[in-house]
Design a protein around this ligand. Structure first.
Ligand SMILES: Cc1ncc(C[n+]2csc(CCOP(=O)(O)OP(=O)(O)O)c2C)c(N)n1
Length: 317
């Protein structure tokens, strides 16, 4: 694989660690029932958000889903504002009215995340059309799960993006399940990237837990989108470590086994990159420890920030 610049490798590591430690903080606060709204954690899938967003500029658009915290952090979102939002405080990025599933931040062109599966995907076609009409080279990225490809609006958006040649990158995070149902019980043909390529899009299917692979593949697709204005799809295979919603491992319902979760935990995107950086002498254990400490401080600051936040007003909305 092609050599990636050391600064970028360290930035990928930092981005993934930031996502992981913030999600672990949320898991703890869900367990203690300090957070009362539904939260869909992203633990295990960090390589995708980090690898794709490393290639984006602030003026590029991101649209996301119910599992959105990782995308927000990787796009450069403010951790204080995210944490306050998940606690529904007025100093949150959606002013406390959105909660975990409606993270919005126009300052970084993070325009929507939605509890409606596939609901934000057509917005990417809209922002793509706006960029095209204004002759701007901004890219719109729609993140979504394999479950979103069960929805008609996904296919309608792929069709319109291909037909109108819109600068959109569709990023499918295929974590093999839609809530508790595997894709093979939902779709006659399970190869998502193959079906999308029938619309004439450039597509790729890769291991989503290999952050370097995600970064380089996304970079190629994004450079091509900026140059040609044509859409593309990146399908990333991955697995969520925790429950569909909430902090538990979801092992008591019967749809997945402990052995599967353990297999995927061994493919941890953070541990994978850390090991490669240690082997190459780019990183040492003390440096890694310092990085973790730095991010723990950030999470501690965010905890104080949300505690200082007020509840949003019902009359000022
Ligand atoms: C239109 C719509 N249908 C069904 C649901 C219920 N629902 C919430 S999350 C979810 C699964 C989505 O799976 P996927 O898109 O693969 O994302 P993941 O949760 O795996 O990240 C479903 C069916 C919903 N929120 N919206």
């Amino acid at each position: 694989m092609e050599e990636i610049n050391i600064m970028i490798l360290m930035s990928l590591l930092k981005s993934m660690l930031k996502i992981r430690l913030v999600e672990e903080y949320f898991a703890e606060k869900l367990t203690s029932r300090e957070i009362r709204c539904p939260v869909h954690l992203y633990v295990g899938q960090e390589g995708i958000a980090a690898g794709v967003c490393q290639n984006l500029r602030t003026d590029d658009y991101v649209l996301s889903t119910h599992r959105s915290h990782g995308h927000y952090i990787a796009k450069g979102g403010d951790v204080n504002a995210l944490v306050a939002e998940v606690f529904c405080k007025e100093n949150g990025c959606s002013h406390g009215y959105g909660g975990s599933m409606h993270i919005v931040d126009p300052k970084i062109n993070y325009l929507a995340s939605s509890a409606i599966v596939a609901g934000s995907i057509p917005i990417a076609a809209g922002t793509g059309l706006a960029s095209k009409l204004k002759n701007e080279d901004r890219v719109s990225v729609a993140f979504f799960g394999d479950g979103a490809t069960d929805e008609g609006v996904f296919w309608e958006t792929v069709n319109v993006a291909a037909l109108l040649e819109l600068p959109v990158l569709f990023v499918c995070e295929n974590n093999l399940f839609s809530t508790h149902m595997p894709i093979a019980l939902r779709q006659a043909e399970i190869d998502i990237h193959k079906k999308v390529s029938a619309f004439g899009l450039e597509t790729a299917r890769i291991e989503g837990n290999d952050v370097e692979k995600v970064y380089t593949t996304a970079r190629g697709l994004i450079e091509r989108i900026r140059a040609t204005r044509k859409p593309a799809l990146l399908e990333c295979l991955t697995f969520r470590w925790l429950a569909h919603v909430g902090p538990d491992p979801d092992l008591d319902i019967g749809y997945r086994k402990k052995v599967d979760v353990e297999k995927w935990r061994k493919k941890c995107p953070i541990q994978g990159l850390k090991n490669r950086l240690l082997e190459r002498g780019i990183l040492s254990e003390p440096e890694y420890g310092r990085l973790v400490g730095e991010i723990e401080t950030l999470v501690g600051d965010a905890d104080r920030f949300r505690r200082a936040g007020r509840d949003p007003s019902v009359t000022e909305f």
